[in-house]
Design a protein around this ligand. Sequence first.
Ligand code: HEC
Length: 137
Amino acid sequence: MIKISITLLFIFLQACDTKPPVNIYKSDEYNRFTEQDRIIGESIWATTCFRCHMYGSNGGKTLSEKDYWNEAAGKGFQALYKSVWEGKAGDEGVMPPKGLCNPCSEEEIKKSVLYLFQLAKKIQTSDSLKQVSKLNL
Ligand code: HEC
C-alpha cells in the first residue's frame, strides 16, 4: 500500500511539471514587480514597445484591446517573454526580436513585458484613459 502511495505521489509530482501556465496577472513575477522595475519597464515601453502598442501601428495591438491582452495573459509570463525576446508574427504585422529594443538585456525585456501588462490593466480599467484611447490619436 505504501509502495502504491509513493508511486502515485511520484506520478503526481511529475504531472506538476507539465501544469498549465500561470496567468501573468497571477504570477510571482507580476506580483513582485517593484517601483524600481517599473521605472526600467516604463522607459523601454516609452522608447520601443510604445511605437506599435500605443496606437496599433505595424500590426501591434493597442493596450485597450482587452480581449486580446486577457487571452495573451493566459499564456503565462515565460511564453510572453519568449515571444518578445524572439519576436512574433501577428495577423497584420511582425514584432521584431526584443520588441525592437536591441541593446536590452533579458532582464530588461522581462520588465518591459510586466510593465506592458500593468499598463494594459490600468488603461482598461480607467475611464479617462479609455476615452483617450478611443480618440485614436
Ligand atoms: C514593430 C512593432 C512592435 C514593437 C516595437 C513591439 N511589438 Fe509587441 N507585438 C507586435 C505584433 C505585430 C504582435 C503580434 C500581434 C498579433 O498577435 O496579431 C505583438 C505581440 C506582443 C505580445 C503578445 C505575445 C504573445 O505571445 O501573445 C506582447 C506581450 C508584446 N507584443 C509585448 C511587446 C513589448 C514588451 C515590446 C517592447 C519591448 C513590444 N511588444 C514591441 C508588434 C510590436
